[in-house]
Design a binder for this molecule. Structure first.
Ligand SMILES: [Zn+2]
Length: 571
């Protein structure tokens, strides 16, 4: 009877409260999770915005079939509710967002491990919390009533929602004639991902896709023949060699390199034990692109060699080391397929960061416990450990706990720094200070373990934190290169035993201008390894070192390569 009435005399106005309750009901399942993530300071704001937008999708069936409002909303609600329990449960345990990396970890570890974890983290309050959450959903569902609109208004709203969700995000693509359905689908997927159930559904499909990509890279790596005429001067001797790869740390912000603020007090105190190289630069201002060269024989002139020649990881395995990859960087994102492939070339992997967004809160102190465990408990006589840090990556204030919030005003900053730049520089310097704690703790752990070997630390690339003339640049941009984006800290620490067995004098070498794209030769030289293709003139610590142009830029566009020396001050 009422539906007949509606069709004969459609109400002139939209029933906004009904629409509002329905929307709130659907938003609830994604929104609560994101509000909690925000309150916990776990991630950036984009997630909550995207989840809020994506939740409008579920209004469409309600608008189209008002007669079935309760059944439709109940069905969608139950599905969203069940998915949201997974992400909320994950949040309760880890205070982090559910992501495809989590799925990767779940499938990598066995069921027993996973249930042990859950048992360990289960707390009594989770039960009442789940009950309150469920009661909230039921309360909202009870408020839902049919959206009484004329068919015409309903269709207009549906069209607007569709345009908003699917066409608007691709508007820019269309304008730049880069449009393809795959690209459009990816844009939409990215936008929908923070909301349930897409978080888990897309997370799983992406996990499958990246796993396939990674497997392909690994298979390719497995088919590469080993290095020829391989010689290891230390063959048979126990040794622990450690490579610590930092992230976005600009040496100009380290007191170890003369910065006015005491941002690296612990490394400063260790200075006598360190070889501090001062003129080292990264080839590219991005993690993957740089490490693709740093950890392989690829360089700016031969950027594809990482696909056809053994990597540093392969080399160390060939030398008989047991190899470990400990990382606080994200595990399984589209960008990180290459990194995960590198990590899988090692014997053991320890993945410590499962965030969806790189800009999530995660502290590098995560690496210390597994690092110590490998040093002290693993029985292998020869170990090669790569520790990959999040370092001082944006967002800077997510990189350090509150005890490290030391730089709070403009003390120690030059006069030309603008007031609005001060908080950013302060948080970056606090992140450098925490990085100092992490790197020096790794050195300390190595020293107290009595391991025989050395540790090399450098950052994958730098970061411009208003350091350039003009002082307005923040971050990195390959098309507008400035030295702070590329100049990196580079230090070598050796154990007493190692120094006694391998006396080296770095004194005359510390000012050498060097690009980390040739790092594999430096590492081989330090480790006493040689082979067909080893070039001692490309070793930073080599007797026959030869200075080369410090090429930076995208090697895909050779004319875009420039010699960074032309931008660096002569000293
Ligand atoms: Zn990086």
């Amino acid at each position: 009877m009422s539906s007949v009435l509606q069709q004969n005399s459609p109400p002139a106005k939209i029933d906004w409260p009904a629409l509002g309750w329905a929307y709130l009901f659907f938003w609830y399942f994604s929104g609560i999770h994101h509000v909690l993530l925000q309150l916990a300071g776990a991630t950036i704001f984009a997630g909550i915005r995207q989840a809020t937008i994506a939740s409008t999708l579920w209004l469409i069936p309600l608008l189209l079939f008002p007669n079935r409002t309760r059944q439709i909303s109940a069905t969608i609600g139950i599905i969203l509710y069940l998915f949201s329990l997974v992400s909320l449960g994950y949040f309760c345990i880890y205070r982090q967002e559910f992501s495809q990396s989590v799925i990767f970890i779940i499938f990598e570890s066995n069921a027993a491990e996973a249930s042990e974890y859950i048992a360990q983290y289960f707390v009594w309050w989770m039960i009442p919390a789940a009950l309150i959450y469920s009661a909230g959903a039921y309360f909202l569902w009870r408020r839902i009533r049919p959206l009484c609109l004329s068919r015409r208004t309903a269709w207009i709203l549906v069209t607007l929602i569709m345009l908003f969700l699917f066409a608007y995000p691709n508007y820019r693509l269309l304008r730049h004639s880069e449009f393809s359905t795959a690209l459009a689908a990816e844009t939409i997927e990215k936008r929908m991902e923070p909301a349930v159930p897409w978080q888990i559904i897309f997370g799983y499909t992406q996990y499958r896709k990246q796993l396939a990509g990674m497997q392909q890279l690994l298979d390719q790596n497995n088919s590469i023949p080993p290095l020829n005429k391989f010689k290891d001067a230390n063959a048979g001797f126990p040794a622990t060699l450690v490579l610590v790869i930092g992230e976005s740390t600009n040496k100009q912000h380290m007191s170890l390199y003369g910065y006015a603020r005491a941002t690296t007090p612990r490394l400063d105190a260790l200075r006598k034990e360190l070889a501090v190289f001062t003129q080292v630069v990264a080839p590219r201002p991005y993690t993957i692109e740089t490490l693709q060269q740093v950890l392989t024989f690829a360089d700016q002139e031969n950027p594809d060699l990482y696909l056809t020649k053994p990597s540093l990881m392969n080399m160390m395995k060939q030398a008989g080391y047991k190899t470990f990859w400990v990382t606080n960087q994200q595990t399984m994102t589209k960008r990180n397929t290459m990194l995960t492939n590198f990590s899988q070339q090692m014997d053991e992997q320890i993945y410590l960061n499962n965030s969806r967004a790189q800009n999530s809160r995660e502290y590098d102190s995560n690496v210390l416990v597994p690092f110590n465990r490998i040093l002290l408990n693993d029985p292998a006589e020869r170990k090669f450990i790569i520790v990959h840090l999040l370092g001082t990556h944006m967002k800077y204030d997510y990189r350090y706990p509150t005890e490290y919030e030391i730089f709070k005003n403009r003390t120690g900053l030059p006069d030309w720094v603008r007031d609005d730049q001060v908080p950013v520089i302060n948080s970056y310097d606090n992140a450098v200070l925490f990085n100092d704690f992490v790197v020096s703790s790794l050195i300390g752990a190595m020293a107290s373990s009595q391991a025989n070997g050395f540790l090399v630390y450098f950052s994958d690339h730098g970061e411009d934190v208003f350091d350039s003339p003009g002082h307005a640049i923040l971050g990195r941009n390959e098309s507008k290169p400035t030295p702070p984006m590329y100049t990196v800290p580079f230090i070598v620490w050796s154990s007493e035993k190692w120094r006694a067995l391998h006396p080296r004098n770095f004194a005359g070498q510390l000012e050498r201008r060097y690009g980390t794209s040739h790092f594999i030769h430096t590492w081989a030289d330090l480790a006493g390894i040689s082979f067909d293709g080893f070039d001692p003139s490309k070793s930073l610590a080599g007797k026959d070192f030869k200075e080369r142009p410090l090429l930076v830029g995208d090697p895909g566009a050779q004319q875009a390569l420039i010699d960074l020396r032309t931008l660096m001050p002569v000293d």
